[in-house]
Design a protein around this ligand. Structure first.
Ligand code: FES
Ligand code: FES
Length: 180
């Protein structure tokens, strides 16, 4: 983690110059493979937002504290402000934009909507991606396990109660329908 913090500090302190080296990467994002040229210091969250235009993933703290930037890297939730774009070379990334299919929301999105798991919505994409990952690992969590599982994702609005309720509702619905 210290290494990432140092990289972020370096990125902020050092302005872009024309002489910066550029790295070619190939990343599959939401099922589409993108061939891209990036600076070695480019963070994954900035790559998906600024280079691919996928602005559903938010940037909150930029220092791995808030979880607003959570997306899936090879199926696991990661804070994309702690990952360099070059580290995603050859990997699979899924952002919040991947969840809706043919106009139908992911069950976790529906659960958040039905249980009022959001207010301003800023934390919500990261919260939803982290919640899906949580249920992938533990399909039937207790309330305490949900709270623990989402402790890296901060919300300034809801007080968390309805977020936890949403995740439990999604888990319960999946158990009833036999799906995830
Ligand atoms: Fe990545 Fe806050 S923006 S954890
Ligand atoms: Fe506003 Fe979570 S809904 S920060």
């Amino acid at each position: 983690m210290a290494q990432v913090t140092e990289l972020i500090a370096l990125r902020r302190s050092r302005p872009h110059t024309k002489g910066d080296c550029i790295v070619h990467i190939s990343v599959t994002v939401n099922g589409t493979t993108h061939e891209s040229d990036v600076e070695p210091r480019t963070l994954l969250v900035h790559y998906v937002r600024e280079q691919l235009g996928l602005t559903g993933t938010n940037v909150g703290c930029d220092t791995s504290s808030c979880g607003a930037c959570t997306l899936h890297l090879n199926g696991e939730a990661v804070k994309s402000c702690t990952v360099l774009a070059v580290q995603a070379d050859g990997q699979h990334v899924a952002t919040i934009e991947s969840l809706e299919v043919d106009g139908v929301m992911h069950p976790m999105q529906t659960a958040f909507m039905e249980n009022h798991g959001l207010q301003c919505g800023f934390c919500t994409p990261g919260m939803v991606m982290a919640s899906i990952s949580l249920l992938n690992e533990n399909p039937n969590p207790t309330e305490e396990q949900v709270r623990l599982g989402l402790e890296g994702n901060l919300c300034r609005c809801t007080g968390y109660h309805n977020i936890v309720k949403s995740v439990l509702a999604c888990a319960s619905a999946a158990t009833v329908s036999g799906s995830k």
